[in-house]
Design a protein around this ligand. Structure first.
Ligand code: SF4
Length: 334
């Protein structure tokens, strides 16, 4: 290890969304492998830092403050730390402005939102879907000599596994567990119909599984409705776990069925057989990373449109039927 590498102080501004943050894992691992002695600080939403901390790819997490005054104080503290480089993963103007305020000597990100004047290295962004998003992030790290390495399963701490067992232990006694996630924060054009999720849950229960319906607290009503419609053998856990506990819970499941959402990325990352249902977006751009991920997508000619809602009837989603998804679950758990 050269003295130059040992001296590096690297700030990484992580994405704000769970799925995007998990697609940054190849970059985090590549950077750690290239610069094992560098001091790496990750900046991002506190729940994402809590989830990723178990991997030890960064030395310190800096939770992204909620208000402007706290952000100013954090920028001053980071300026005193004197970062040699900032890797700016979000495409926003504000994330580049913060890296500048934090005094990073090199500010590496994609040219977007007229922010290039604040970057020292403004990379040209490929057309959406041409490269997987994880590779777009890796290209930023390549500026610091990081090269792709084998991606391990997402590490989950023992106490999270204990908490997950305590949450579902009795409900799942003697049965396999399937996790389904019927919502997507992006909007309806990424959501397979809730009644089809309920029908799938009934098929999974008939096959001998307990079904856990997962989502955020804001998605609790939909998750409860799907669990109620599925009947005995299904229950909602929406909003009842931290991200590490949800990761442990999904890791213990036989199979997960998700929209193109953060939970699909989480299930893929922990190595659980994961069936992902695609609507308006591009699987080439955002497929969940993991050894056992299967995509179901029947794109009409209008796909991908990347819209949040659809004016012509969500054909991309209604083309996916329950029997096909149930069959994919069976095939992945044989
Ligand atoms: S326009 Fe086409 S791809 Fe987009 S949501 Fe509607 S059916 Fe799906």
């Amino acid at each position: 290890m050269s003295a130059e590498h040992a001296a590096l102080r690297i700030l990484i501004r992580l994405p704000n969304w769970l799925g995007d943050a998990l697609m940054a894992r190849p970059l985090l691992h590549a950077l750690r492998a290239a610069h094992p002695d560098a001091e790496v600080r990750a900046l991002g939403p506190a729940p994402l830092l809590e989830l990723l901390a178990a991997e030890r790819t960064f030395d310190r997490g800096e939770p992204w403050p909620g208000d402007g005054r706290e952000r100013g104080a954090l920028a001053r503290a980071l300026r005193a730390w004197r970062p040699d480089a900032a890797l700016i993963l979000p495409f926003s103007f504000s994330s580049a402005r913060f890296a500048l305020a934090a005094g990073a000597s090199r500010r590496i990100g994609y040219a977007h939102e007229a922010r290039s004047f604040m970057l020292t290295e403004a990379l040209r962004r490929p057309p959406r879907g041409e490269l997987h998003l994880s590779r777009e992030y890796l290209a930023l790290g390549a500026r610091l000599g990081a090269r792709e390495v084998a991606l391990p399963k997402l590490a989950v701490r023992a106490e999270a596994h204990d908490a997950a067992r305590a949450l579902v232990g009795e409900a799942a006694a003697g049965r396999g567990v399937a996790v389904i996630a019927p919502r997507s924060a992006y909007g309806p054009a990424r959501q397979w119909p809730a009644e089809r999720f309920a029908a799938l849950a009934r098929a999974l229960i008939a096959g001998g599984r307990t079904v856990l319906v997962a989502g955020t607290g804001a998605e609790a009503d939909t998750c409860a409705a799907v669990a109620d419609a599925a009947g005995e053998g299904a229950r909602s856990i929406a909003g009842r776990t931290t991200l590490p506990v949800l990761a442990a819970l999904v890791a213990a499941a036989d199979v997960a069925v998700c929209n193109d959402s953060g939970l699909a990325h989480l299930a893929g990352a922990v190595g659980t057989p994961t069936v992902t249902l695609y609507g308006s977006t591009s699987s080439a751009w955002t497929t969940a990373l993991g050894p056992r991920v299967r995509i179901i997508q029947h794109p009409p000619v209008c796909s991908p449109c990347f819209r949040r809602t659809c004016a012509i009837g969500y054909r991309c989603l209604t083309a996916i039927d329950v029997a096909e998804v149930a069959g994919a679950c069976r095939a992945m758990t044989r």
